[in-house]
Design a protein around this ligand. Structure first.
Ligand SMILES: C[S@@+](CC[C@H](N)C(=O)[O-])C[C@H]1O[C@@H](n2cnc3c(N)ncnc32)[C@H](O)[C@@H]1O
Length: 296
């Protein structure tokens, strides 16, 4: 474990690199049939980073690489969160918060009503890199967008509110690829804050972190996929310490919680079934995702 309290990163180091790796996977998703992520910005971020392994995988459209392997499930995950926002807007949310947004470009890719606002929270240097690349492309968001630089283990509420967030309005919250990077106590505080800030009608889509033991199984599998046989950096970056059952915690506080099985969704809703998925990936995709709506 290379993590320490208060550690920070840029886009090519530590946890920041995972945002870039996910982005490369989304860029490769375009080569799969059917593509699910539809992220036309992803390749620009990888190119701007200059990260050689990811650039090579993209240049070769190398679906047999570790990045290519990730493309299959990242595409499905991206689509799940895309659909969540589309549905939350239909149900009336006009405020979206993407916690640990990384290089997520939903504020540019999705169609939002005119009166929406999307807040993207992440580490300052990740957001700076993202802005530079988007500016260079001359990209314009399809809604109002506010980047909020904060550490999600510390006080992220104050900068979010300072950026204009209104706790009286229902909010659509996304936690995609975040929770494994937070130690258990930080997760608990994050959900307490999220609950305090959520008006009735607010919605959450989230991906849970690994249970104790799952991390090693995942990392072992990724080692077999990595062509150089090296260990996956995830082993050093994810936390699998004990944490509360978030779904039960939310139910006790008036949220309706629905688990989402992404293996079934891939086959039945997205038209891209998985074949020969390694057991550890199948379990993560079947059991780690949920949506929730605050009823009281
Ligand atoms: C795997 S990436 C996911 C990015 C994005 N959600 C996506 O799916 O493309 C993890 C992201 O979590 C962010 N992150 C992790 N821990 C964080 C923290 N304590 N504070 C702010 N951001 C954090 C990283 O900077 C990185 O952008």
């Amino acid at each position: 474990m290379s993590r320490t309290p208060g550690d920070t990163w840029d886009i090519v180091t530590s946890v920041g690199f995972t945002a870039l790796a996910v982005c490369a996977a989304r860029a490769l998703d375009a080569a799969l049939e059917p593509p699910l992520a539809n992220d036309t910005f992803a390749a620009s971020f990888v190119a701007a980073s200059g990260e050689p392994n990811l650039m090579t995988a993209l240049a070769k459209t190398d679906l047999s690489s570790a990045v290519g392997f990730n493309a299959r499930w990242v595409g499905v995950r991206t689509r799940f969160f895309d659909d969540f926002f589309t549905s939350a807007i239909r149900c009336g949310s006009r405020q979206a918060v993407i916690l640990a947004a990384g290089l997520d470009c939903r504020a540019y890719r999705l169609v939002w009503p005119d009166d929406c606002i999307v807040y993207e929270v992440d580490q300052p240097r990740v957001l700076e890199f993202k802005q530079q690349v988007l500016d260079k492309r001359g990209a314009q968001p399809s809604t109002r967008r506010m980047a909020v630089a904060a550490d999600l283990r510390e006080d992220w509420v104050r900068p979010l509110v300072a950026a204009g967030f209104d706790p009286a309005q229902p909010t659509a919250w996304a936690l995609e690829g975040l929770l494994p990077y937070l130690p258990g106590p930080a997760q608990d505080v994050l959900f307490e804050k999220l609950h305090e800030l959520s008006a009735v009608g607010s919605e959450i889509a989230a991906e849970l972190g690994p249970e104790p033991g799952e991390l090693r199984e995942y990392a072992e599998h990724m080692r077999t996929v990595r062509q150089d046989g090296t260990q996956s950096p995830i082993l050093d970056l994810w936390y699998d310490d004990p944490h509360i059952n978030i779904k039960s915690w939310l139910r006790e506080r008036g949220w309706d919680v629905t688990s989402a099985d992404l293996v079934d969704k891939a086959a039945n809703d997205y038209g891209r079934p998985f074949h020969g998925l390694p057991p550890v990936f199948e379990r993560l995709l079947r059991t780690k995702f949920f949506t929730a709506t605050r009823k009281r």
